[in-house]
Design a protein around this ligand. Structure first.
Ligand code: PEP
Ligand code: MN
Length: 681
């Protein structure tokens, strides 16, 4: 039998071909590196010459050219598109980092507050955020998210890095509420890829584990893996990295933790299993917050986050969102949370692609402010989503229709010389109508607020409320903190009085209004009072105005004793600018040379204001008159000049009143006034 001929494989040709390929690959890498360098130079040049960061036409024509060249070389155009899309995307993120690095250079070290300890995902996210910035960071580890925010607010840290949502387990409600209630501005975002690992001590293994420590969020995100270990007990732990530190300290091989690989390194633990999350793509989005907002270069793709409240009218949210659609602004996130003051009303958190300094974004925001009850921008910051732009390669770049969007856009209302914009008719032609538990302020129906100057006792406020309601008043007033001209006058019953007023309002089904004396009281008083009153003496207390501007309760702004109408409207602007769009004005008389009345009721103010502003205007004849004899005629004058409503002080026994007795109507007089107003008398 003949032996088959054994041939020694001749490796020579294939070896040399492989070497050749290696050489080509090296050259490709070298060229890619060089391409990156040039791309970075282009970024500097773009920034120097204020050219846009991304040029869609250039990206498309680059790809079109490559496709043509691919055909010449006999290559598959599909393959070439795939490769160049990756190259372009790398170049876009490189230029993005370049721009961002320059604008964010705010000093060389930053203290970063976060919830959790070393090795926590928050820390890893913070490191990722600062990686490309010329800033060293030091960490301030906090126990709760609120502590981290507080550290920034009080200057103990420069920024806080807070998780807001996870692609598997959803939004983090606590952080959303914190963003609304703190004064911090969002200056950046980080999308951190979470890769949960099962960590154990040196001599443990997946099979020997009896219990696993994990943060509830991490446990949810790894539920599939944990489901495969039915005999293992899961112990909830407040912090992922901390669970790692704890099991290290215990040194028990039957106990494992869910944390990052980085945590394993830091605590000297063993990774028993990598990537145990349900989803391969598990991202947590963190927001970076600071005391002051940043101004983002318009050349950088940016995102804006805002909070808004629209009320419960059908279609209200859709109408507001239409403003973004009309300006071609992509909404990238919509999340809702119940408002703290009113659990039946939602606050919506919206993220959109756009820079607040761009004219079309301003137009959209103005539109939103016209319709929403509350709008506050949380921040505008460089976007981490470098969304691939839509390409249409079948159409040659030159033929593509170029829509000059800006040309078709209306412009935002400019600031008037008199210092207000949002309060002006130019901003909003139709009247603002405020709905307080069904009572309309600024609508077609004339309405009356009545009640005592000050809440003195439960019986007193109840008697006034019953009479007010019976006579047709729809809102109950009562001072609880009385800013009196003399420190020796009755100062009010404070929060105890507010409870009495609220109880009387509940019993008689009337919304209540009371004066907020200082910024520190706004949050607490907003919990109980349906409307916040700013007194005449506080009309230019700008911190107080901004603070009520952050509340979602309607605000009644009284005219300062010697304030011009434009000064008054600028005071209203402070509230509107801070977010709260539900403001109405109350004319209560001004200081003039005339001493026969306590103040001079400026009746002309009403029609003048109605020309200048869309905000409702009411008249308070009581504080103008100072004398009950004059209250009815002044009230009728207010109605005659077109006020939307009145506020009148009444008392069951004016002679005994602890404040403003002489101008308070007794309950019969008030009944008569209501008869005259409604035309019944
Ligand atoms: C009031 O209405 O209770 C009050 C104190 O009025 P003013 O701020 O207008 O003086
Ligand atoms: Mn009074």
């Amino acid at each position: 039998m003949e032996e088959p001929i054994k041939r020694e494989p001749d490796d020579q040709p294939i070896e040399s071909l492989r070497e050749h390929v290696d050489g080509i690959d090296d050259a490709i890498l070298g060229l890619l590196a060089e391409r990156r360098r040039v791309s970075s130079e282009i970024a500097s040049e773009k920034q120097r010459t204020h050219r846009p960061f991304r040029d869609e036409d250039r990206e498309n024509s680059l790809l079109t050219k490559r496709i043509e060249a691919a055909r010449d070389h006999g290559l598959d155009p599909g393959l070439v598109v795939k490769i160049w899309e990756q190259i372009i995307s790398d170049s876009v993120s490189l230029q993005h980092e370049h721009f961002q690095g320059l604008i964010n250079d705010r000093g060389s070290t930053a203290v970063v507050a976060l919830q959790g300890i070393e090795g926590s995902y928050s820390q890893l996210a913070a490191e990722q955020f600062f990686r490309d910035k010329p800033i060293d960071i030091s960490l301030l580890a906090c126990t709760r998210f609120a502590d981290a925010a507080n550290a920034v607010e009080h200057g103990r840290a420069d920024v806080a890095v807070l998780p807001v949502e996870n692609t598997t387990s959803g939004g983090i409600a606590e952080v959303y509420d914190l963003l609304l209630h703190s004064r911090l501005a969002v200056i950046g975002e980080v999308k951190y890829r979470v890769q949960h690992c099962l960590l154990g001590t040196e001599d443990s293994s997946v099979d020997t584990i009896k219990s696993i420590y994990g943060h509830p969020q991490a446990v949810t995100q790894c539920s599939d893996f944990l489901g495969e270990l039915p005999d293992v007990e899961v112990v909830f732990f407040g912090d992922t990295a901390m669970s790692g530190r704890r099991i290290k300290a215990m040194g028990d091989p039957t106990i494992a933790a869910i944390a990052s690989e980085e945590a394993a390194r830091r605590f000297g633990l063993k990774v028993l299993k990598r990537d145990i999350g349900n989803r391969k793509e598990n991202f947590t989005r963190f927001l970076v917050v600071a005391r002051d907002p940043v101004v983002v270069d318009p050349q950088i793709p940016s995102k804006t986050s805002l909070v808004l409240a629209v009320g419960n009218d059908p279609g209200a949210l859709m109408e507001v969102l239409a403003d973004f659609r009309d300006q071609n602004i992509p909404l990238v996130k919509l999340e809702s949370r119940p408002t703290i003051d009113n659990p039946w009303e939602e606050m919506f958190y919206v993220d959109f692609d756009g820079n607040i300094s761009e004219p079309h974004v301003q137009v959209a925001l103005d539109g939103v402010r016209r319709k929403a009850k509350f709008v506050r921008v949380l921040g505008c910051y460089p976007s981490q989503d470098l969304r691939p732009q839509k390409r249409n390669l079948s159409v040659a770049a030159a033929e593509r229709p170029r829509v000059k969007a800006a040309a078709s856009r209306e412009s935002a209302v400019a600031l008037k010389a008199d210092g207000y914009r949002l309060a002006s008719r130019g901003h909003k032609t139709e009247n603002t109508v405020i709905d307080v538990r069904g009572v309309k302020i600024g609508g077609d129906d004339f309405f009356v607020i009545a009640g005592p100057c000050a809440v003195e006792s439960f019986d007193q406020v109840m008697a006034a409320a019953a009479a007010a309601k019976a006579a047709g008043a729809t809102i109950l007033r009562g001072g609880c903190f009385k800013p009196r001209t003399s420190p020796y006058s009755f100062q009010g019953l404070g929060y105890e009085g507010l409870e009495m007023l609220a109880e009387a309002g509940r019993i008689h089904d009337m919304p209540i209004v009371t004066e907020v004396p200082a910024p520190e009281e706004v949050e607490r008083m907003s919990e109980t009072s349906d409307i916040l009153q700013i007194g005449a003496r506080n009309m230019q207390n700008f911190t107080l105005l901004s603070e009520v501007g952050r509340s979602s309760r309607p605000v009644m702004l009284k005219r300062g004793m010697s304030a011009s109408l434009d000064e008054w409207l600028q005071a209203a602007e402070y509230i509107l600018d801070a977010g709260n769009q539900q403001v109405f004005l109350c004319e209560r008389g001004i200081r003039t040379f005339e001493t026969s009345t306590r103040n001079t009721l400026d009746v002309a103010a009403v029609p003048v204001l109605k020309q200048r502003t869309h905000l409702p205007v009411i008249v308070d004849p009581s504080h103008a008159a100072g004398d009950r004899q004059l209250v009815i005629p002044l009230a009728l004058a207010g109605q005659a000049v077109g006020a939307h409503g009145l506020m009148v002080e009444i008392h069951p026994n004016p002679a005994e009143a602890k404040s403003d007795g002489p101008q308070s109507l007794d309950l019969d007089d008030f009944d008569e006034l209501m008869g005259l107003i409604t035309g019944k008398i």
